[in-house]
Design a protein around this ligand. Structure first.
Ligand SMILES: [Zn+2]
Length: 375
């Protein structure tokens, strides 16, 4: 690994503006870079379905060793404000001048992957197939991953199932392997309008209906694996009108999708009871935003990678996380992902910074993982 080269490449990439839906320029830069290193490239056009400007990139570096290879993944979009980043390097830290995010999330991950590939090429390391998967729009509901047209990918470009996603906040050594599924819910309560002063008894107050139902729902931490939240409640009428409409939205997330459906059923039942008691009607909609992420191999891959970290004296920690990412979406395609730390902190804020040592450690670990196949 060439630390200076890694840092220079990272700084160069941090200066390319690539907010969600506008990663096109950065994607072109990466395609050129990867092609220049000898990769075969496949571009997925899922972005056409959501008005983005950047394909998802699959790059393949064919190996000279037989067997299932590895996929290295990261996302190309960054959180705004991120225009005209001025990266400042101070000892072990890369930060900004405080007016923009750094975009180390996830350019730190991409820089790490690029340095892995350069090192492998430079040192002529024998390896199995290495695939790189780079997505747009991870930060906005994983749009790139969700719209990926896997059925169009040629067979010889289909990435290996074991996937290292270089996109975790926190130190190197963190290996996330499980994350919950999330369902979004939307409930509309419909009552009946009436003059609130003259004949309120002719009305059915939709806000009252919603309140009755919400106050009976189990919300928040439901059990070890499950949480729920109500996040909006909207209804606005003049004070002399009994409101006939109230809309409520929220989410339920759990490491068990069965449990999510159970909770949703219990909410529906409560809404049913509310309209039975107070009148009116309700409409309950829900949809899966992303499925559960869990290891498909009894944690073997995660444990194997933990051993690699420990071999280079980085304490490793297997972790269950609370949020979704591209890995949740890719899990549906059979990918077995771990999400590893790359030294990013305070992500999504203008105080974002990256610890250079941690970036180096994770890069070194990936190189070592790939090198293990060499005889
Ligand atoms: Zn990220």
């Amino acid at each position: 690994m060439n630390k200076e080269r890694l840092l220079n490449n990272l700084v160069e990439m941090l200066k390319i503006h690539s907010p969600s839906k506008k990663e096109g320029k950065y994607a072109s830069y990466l395609v050129e870079l990867l092609e220049g290193m000898g990769a075969s490239i496949y571009l997925d056009e899922g972005y056409l379905q959501y008005g983005g400007d950047s394909p998802s990139i699959i790059a393949k570096f064919s190996g000279d060793i037989e067997g299932d290879g590895i996929t290295l993944a990261a996302h190309m979009d960054v959180i705004e404000p991120n225009l005209d980043v001025e990266p400042i390097i101070e000892d072990n830290i890369i930060r900004t001048n405080g007016t923009t995010t750094l975009g180390g999330d996830d350019k730190g991950g991409i820089a790490s992957i690029v340095e892995v590939l350069r090192t492998i090429k430079e040192e002529k390391i024998s390896h199995k197939d290495i695939y790189v998967v780079l997505t747009p729009c991870e930060e906005v509901g994983m749009l790139g991953a969700k719209h990926f047209n896997w059925e169009k990918v040629p067979k010889d470009m289909m990435p290996s199932k074991n996937m290292i996603v270089v996109d975790n906040a926190g130190a190197a050594g963190i290996i996330a392997h499980s994350a919950p599924s999330k369902y979004d819910i939307e409930i509309s309560f419909q009552g009946k309008k009436a003059h609130a002063g003259i004949e309120p008894e002719k009305g059915i107050n939709a806000i009252n209906l919603a309140s009755y139902a919400l106050s009976r729902m189990d919300i928040g931490r439901i059990d070890d694996l499950t949480t729920s939240n109500i996040s909006t409640i909207s209804s606005e009428f003049p004070s002399n009108v009994v409101p006939d409409m109230c809309r409520v939205t929220g989410e339920v997330r759990s490491h068990s999708e069965e449990r999510i459906l159970e909770i949703i059923e219990s909410y529906k039942k409560i809404c049913e009871e509310a309209v039975e008691k107070l009148g009116g009607i309700y409409k309950f909609d829900y949809k899966c935003d992303y499925p559960v992420l869990k290891p498909k191999d009894d944690l073997n891959f995660a444990k194997e990678f933990a051993k690699i970290y420990e071999e280079i004296n980085v304490p490793a920690e297997l972790k269950v996380i609370g949020g979704g990412s591209d890995s949740n979406i890719f899990a549906k395609q059979g990918f077995n992902s771990i999400i590893i730390g790359v030294g990013m902190y305070k992500v999504h804020t203008v105080d974002e910074y990256l610890e250079i040592d941690e970036l180096f450690k994770t890069t070194q670990a990936i190189i070592r993982y790939i090198k293990k196949d060499e005889q």
